[in-house]
Ligand binder design. Structure first.
Ligand SMILES: O=c1ccn([C@@H]2O[C@H](COP(=O)(O)O)[C@@H](O)[C@H]2O)c(=O)[nH]1
Length: 230
């Protein structure tokens, strides 16, 4: 059992999230808790999901001085999450210290991955923050840095997946948001692919939020997506 879909639980109300989770099963998907739900409902919400046997990706994208980020990753490990992340732009010292802290912490080490370029960003958004490379070039640069820092993988868009599998490492875990099934609303995502295109390109895990959670039949939508990537 290795579900590829990580459902982004971006609900503002816990009862809405619970209604959805009650109808789920850990064989159908893993769950991602991000800044919105963690800020509203905190560690107890995450622990509740783990108690229901879900693998949880804690998507808090830590970005701070190395000591602070390492301690935050240890706190995530204490919760029992399956995966946690930092921003690669925090630099190699920050990433190395976080991975070392997790490795020295014992057996239940979560996967540690780093965000490269947010999937909501395109060339224009990158230029606006002073980066004059293409998204592909900048993702590749940050993914190489992440790999050299000893982390387990990166968050990137599926549009960069085949490039990273060939130029970084075939066993480097690629977690890709910006997944949009045919006909679904793009919203604020800029670098998108369908679930099948993403898996074919080399994505290991697909982060999917609104196309599932805002669907009129979320469970059937999830089942259909799983079917499309068999
Ligand atoms: O580059 C990134 C990093 C994280 N995300 C997160 O993934 C989900 C995507 O949700 P959708 O509703 O499918 O757009 C969301 O929680 C983001 O915070 C991302 O989209 N891109």
């Amino acid at each position: 059992m290795d579900p590829k879909v990580l459902v982004a639980l971006d609900f503002a109300q816990q009862d809405k999230a619970n209604q959805f989770i009650q109808r789920l099963d850990p064989s159908l998907c893993r769950l991602k808790v991000g800044k919105e739900m963690f800020t509203h409902f905190g560690p107890s919400f995450v622990k509740g999901l783990i108690d229901k046997n879900f693998d949880v990706f804690l998507d808090l994208k830590f970005h701070d001085i190395p000591n602070t980020v390492a301690k935050a990753c240890l706190a995530a490990a204490d919760l029992g999450v399956w995966m946690v992340n930092v921003h690669a732009s925090g630099g190699p010292k920050m990433m190395e210290q976080a991975q070392l802290a997790l490795q020295s912490n014992g057996t239940n080490k979560p996967l540690l991955i780093a965000v490269t370029v947010l999937t909501s960003m395109d060339q224009q958004q990158l230029s606006a923050i002073g980066i004059n490379s293409t998204p592909e070039e900048h993702v590749l640069r940050l993914a190489k840095l992440t790999h050299a820092s000893g982390l387990d993988g990166v968050v990137c868009s599926a549009q960069e997946a085949s490039l990273l599998k060939s130029k970084v490492a075939a066993d480097f875990t690629l977690v890709t948001p910006g997944i949009r099934p045919e006909g679904s609303d793009k919203g604020d995502q800029m670098r998108i692919m369908t679930p099948k295109q993403a898996i074919d390109a080399g994505s290991d895990y697909l982060v999917i939020g609104r196309p599932i959670t805002q669907s009129s039949n979320p469970i059937q939508t999830l089942i259909d997506i799983n079917q499309s990537i068999l």
